[in-house]
Design a protein around this ligand. Structure first.
Ligand SMILES: [Fe+2]
Ligand SMILES: [Fe+2]
Length: 483
């Protein structure tokens, strides 16, 4: 089975995803804004430096002390954050006044572009160990304002006279920016962890644990018939589920009770049907017994002998039940034999004997259409109770284990009862003689194993005979017991 994730895992996972996106977006926006703000601040500072230099130089020019401007420039160069400070002399100025002093230089490739662009340029170098910003601010000749450049410079309006090239150290800014970002990340991680832990705990305490308790309690409630207490849950939802489970369980239990009652009724009904069937079969056996003028209780005793023998031979309880219920019909086929033959006193002719032998097949024909197991067993018994182990019996002449065990058992029980009871044509044999004769028939008429079992417990068979002897009418008593 695939192991499914818990509610906690699903919820926390989804929350983490959302938070992660949120935090990343927040960090990105904050970082970019912060960088843009810092860059502008730095650029403004560079611009302020350059404007200061420009204002200073203009002041020197106004005061006509340009030859002393280096004192001023050197003071600016050693100011905090200033790495380098250069004055770039434009071509027009060089042409009018010649090359500048040692600290002035001509326009290089980068500064040439600024001369063409005619506006300040900032070059940010933020990823080095020594981050810097370089600002190059052009001087543009103008006769507007309070000072007319064109009065001294021999150039046209708008000519770029030169530029201030200043490089500032921005490490302090950069480090501060990094530090702020680091603090932001740290705060985010802490907040993230807090939300994560708190959500996990809340789900565990208010969802997972109550859910597990509910499942356990529901099982106990069902098995031990006691309601789930809704008081133990903090949340309204779980209390409600507990109440619903109780209602559901009560309904199920009521249903179960009803089904149990119905089932008991059905079982009782089934028992009644079975006992009615047994009684009917037995009564049919008795009818046959009366018509054949059999000795009293023959049917009853054969049934008891057969079930005793079946038990001792190791048949299943159901088979014992079947043979007990079905054996009363062993001679039911005699109902199909004419009175002249069936009730003829004295010896039968060979023809009459043949007619008499038909009772086995007639009995089978009467019973074989039924699919009820008792009647199927009765059919087998009616058909095979006259067969002999050595194959000399009738009607099929079956031998050995080809004869159904029911047939072998009833054959022995039937013959024992015939010998041990008095009949109209003979006295009852003494037990010793019966035992001897039965022993002789071991492997001939009877299954040798059954003979052994019978002889080993012959007293129990005699006890059955004594309980329902041939010379007493015990039918009423039996009927009462069976009922
Ligand atoms: Fe028979
Ligand atoms: Fe019989």
């Amino acid at each position: 089975m695939i192991k499914k994730p818990s509610i906690k895992t699903i919820t926390v996972k989804s929350l983490v995803n959302v938070l992660l996106v949120l935090v990343l977006a927040l960090l990105l926006i904050t970082g970019l804004n912060f960088r843009s703000l810092s860059t502008r601040t730095i650029e403004n500072q560079a611009l302020a430096h350059a404007e200061l230099v420009k204002a200073g130089l203009t002041a020197h020019m106004k005061a006509d002390i340009m030859d002393r401007r280096d004192y001023y420039l050197n003071e600016i160069r050693v100011l905090h954050h200033v790495n380098t400070l250069d004055i770039i002399r434009g071509d027009a100025v060089t042409k009018q006044f010649g090359p500048g002093k040692a600290r002035e230089r001509g326009a290089d490739a980068v500064t040439k572009q600024i001369f063409d662009a005619r506006k300040p340029v900032f070059i940010l170098n933020e990823f080095s160990l020594q981050p810097t910003v370089r600002a190059i601010i052009p001087y543009i000749a103008s006769q507007q304002g309070e000072f007319n450049c064109l009065a001294c410079h021999n150039v046209t309006e708008g000519t770029v006279l030169g530029a201030v090239d200043v490089e500032l150290d921005i490490r302090e800014y950069r480090d501060h920016a990094l530090w702020v970002m680091l603090v932001l990340v740290a705060v985010s991680v802490v907040a993230f962890t807090l939300v994560f832990v708190n959500t996990s705990r809340t789900i565990k305490k208010h969802v997972q644990q109550p859910l597990e308790t509910l499942i356990d309690n529901a099982m106990i409630a069902y098995k031990q018939h006691q309601p789930v207490s809704s008081e133990q849950f903090d949340s309204r939802e779980f209390s409600r589920v507990a109440d619903e489970i109780n209602l559901f369980n009560a309904e199920i239990l009521a249903h179960q009770d009803m089904l149990k009652r119905k089932n008991e009724e059905l079982l009782a009904l089934n028992d009644e049907i079975e006992s009615t069937l047994r009684e009917t079969i037995y009564t049919m056996g008795v009818i046959e017994e009366k018509r054949s003028h059999e000795t009293a209780n023959h049917t009853r005793r054969v049934s008891l002998y057969s079930s005793l023998l079946a038990q001792k031979a190791g048949l299943t309880p159901r088979e014992v039940e079947l043979i007990a219920a079905a054996s009363p019909l062993h001679d039911i086929g005699k109902l199909g034999i004419a009175d002249e033959v069936l009730l003829k006193p004295g010896r039968l002719t060979e023809g009459e004997r043949q007619i008499m032998m038909n009772h086995a097949a007639i009995g089978y024909a009467m019973l074989r259409h039924s699919r009820r197991d008792v009647l199927v067993a009765a059919g087998i018994i009616a058909y095979q109770h006259q067969e002999k182990w050595d194959g000399s019996g009738y009607p099929q002449g079956l031998a050995g284990e080809n004869i159904h065990i029911f047939g072998r058992i009833v054959a022995l029980a039937d013959v024992f009862d015939a010998l041990y009871s008095p009949r109209v044509y003979k006295q009852a044999w003494p037990l010793k003689k019966v035992a001897e004769w039965m022993g002789e028939q071991r492997g001939k008429h009877f299954d040798p194993r059954l003979v052994d079992i019978f002889l080993a417990s012959i007293d129990e068979f005699v006890a059955i005979y004594n309980q329902y002897p041939a010379d007493k009418e015990t039918e009423m008593q039996f009927q009462q017991e069976a009922g």
